[in-house]
Design a protein around this ligand. Sequence first.
Ligand code: NAD
Length: 350
Amino acid sequence: MKICVLPGDGIGPEITAEAVRVLRALDLKLEMEEALLGGCAVDATGDPYPEATRKLARAADAVLLGAVGGPQYDALPREQRPERGLLGIRKDLGLFANLRPAVLYPELANASTLKPEVVAGLDILIIRELTGDIYFGQPRGIETRNGERVGINTMIYSESEIRRIGRVAFESARKRSKKVCSVDKMNVLECTQLWRDVMLEVARDYPDVELTHMLVDNAAMQLVRNPKQFDVMVTGNMFGDILSDAASMLTGSIGMLPSASLDEKNKGLYEPCHGSAPDIAGQGVANPLATILSAAMMLRHSFNDEAAAGRIERAVKKVLAQGLRTGDIYEPGMQRVGTRDMGDAVLAAL
Ligand code: NAD
C-alpha cells in the first residue's frame, strides 16, 4: 500500500511526522513517500501543486496531508496561493466526499463551549459533497449591469453527483446508528429540491437506514441545540462547509479532529480539520492527534483495515485517559506535553 505524504506548511511537518511514526509502528506493508504541496511547493517550484506531487499522489493508494498556508503567502497572486494546491489536488483526484467525524472524548468534555450534558458522548459524522455546488458552478464572476457591479455564482448539482454522495452517506450510516439526515433548502432553492428528491430515491436501496430531511437554517440551530440527535448528516458543498465547521467546534478542540476526502474507489486524502497554525509553528507544541486520527481513517476507508484503525483510536483514548494534553486541550491538573511527547505516548499505548 502506497501512501503519499504531504507535510505542507506551518505545523504540518511536525504533526505528520508523528502520524508517520504511528503508521510505521503498526508493522503493516506500507510504502511512504513525501512530496511538496502548498506554500513549501511555491517556494521550491513556484507552483502550489507541482507536477512531481501530482504524479506521486495519482500513483498512491492514499494521501496523508498536514496543512497548507501561512501569512507570507497571502499577498501572492491567486493561482500561487497554497489553498490553490489544496483545491487542485482535491479536484485532480476526484475527491467528492468529505467525511468529518465530530467526536467528543469524555475526557475533553470541558473543552467545548457548550454545556457538557449537551455534548458529552457526541459522535456524529458530517458528509459534505466536495467537488460541486456553488463553489464550482458556471457562470460566475463580477460584471457590470445597468451601471453597477453585480456578483454572480451558480448553485448546480446533477442527479448523478447527488446520488453518489447519497450512497456514501447511507453506506456510512450502515456502519453506525443507521440514521441519515439530509440537509437542504428545498423551500427556496430548486437545486436542493432535486437534492431532496434524489436522496429519497437513493433511500429505497437502503430500507434498513432511516432518512430524515432538515432545512439548513434549522440544521444550524439543531447542531448547537441538541447535536446528539444526529448520526450521519449529508449535505452539499456550501452548506457542508459551514455546518461541518460548526460541528467540529462542538468538541471544542480543533487539534483533535480528523477528516477524509474520498473518490469513487475509496482512494482518499486524509488530513486534520485545522490549518497550518503559523502562530505555533516550529515550537513543538502542536497537537498531532487530529493527524494521527486521520491516519486511522486512512486505514479504515482506503485500506479496509478496521482492526488497525481501531488500534490507533484506542491508543489515543488511552493517552487522553492518562491525562496527557497538548496546549490546545490543556486543563489544570493535566500533564502538559509537546508534539513529540504526545507521539511517543501514542506509540507506547499502541
Ligand atoms: P488554524 O486552524 O491554522 O489555527 C487556528 C487556531 O487553532 C490557532 O490559534 C492555532 O494555533 C490553533 N491550532 C490549530 N491546529 C492546532 C493544533 N494541531 N494544535 C494546537 N493548536 C492548533 O487556522 P487559521 O489560523 O485560520 O489559518 C492558518 C493558516 O492555515 C492559513 O494560511 C489558512 O489558510 C490555512 N488553513 C489551511 C487548512 C488546510 O490546510 N486544510 C485549513 C484551514 C486553514
